[in-house]
Design a protein around this ligand. Structure first.
Ligand SMILES: [Zn+2]
Length: 94
C-alpha cells in the first residue's frame, strides 16, 4: 500500500465543495485526500468513495503533479465535471 495522507476539515476541500455545490467533499492533491464535512472514519468506510479517490492518486502519479492538474482542468473546461475523462476513469474504479 502506497503512502497516502488524509486531511480532515481541509480548506481546499471546503472551497471545492462550494464550487461544486456539494454537501460533502473528498478531493485529491498529489498523495493527499482532502476532506470536507466528512470524517476519516466515514470516508474510509465507504469503499466506493475511497476507491474513487485512490484512482485520482494514481492519476497524479501517472501524469505528474502539475501536468495532471493542468490536464484535469482542461478536461473539466472541455467536458464538465461529470464527463471529465479522469472522473469517468475514477467512477469505473469505484
Ligand atoms: Zn473524482
Amino acid at each position: 500500500m502506497k503512502k497516502i495522507r488524509i486531511k480532515e476539515k481541509s480548506f481546499i476541500a471546503w472551497v471545492a465543495a462550494k464550487v461544486l455545490n456539494a454537501d460533502q467533499m473528498a478531493m485529491v492533491l498529489g498523495k493527499t485526500i482532502h476532506l470536507h464535512n466528512t470524517s476519516m472514519e466515514e470516508f474510509l468506510a465507504d469503499k466506493r468513495w475511497f476507491n474513487h479517490e485512490l484512482k485520482h492518486i494514481e492519476q497524479f502519479e501517472q501524469h505528474g503533479f502539475f501536468p495532471f492538474l493542468f490536464k484535469y482542468t482542461i478536461e473539466s473546461i472541455k467536458n464538465g465535471y461529470q464527463n471529465n475523462k479522469y472522473e469517468i476513469e475514477a467512477r469505473q474504479a469505484e
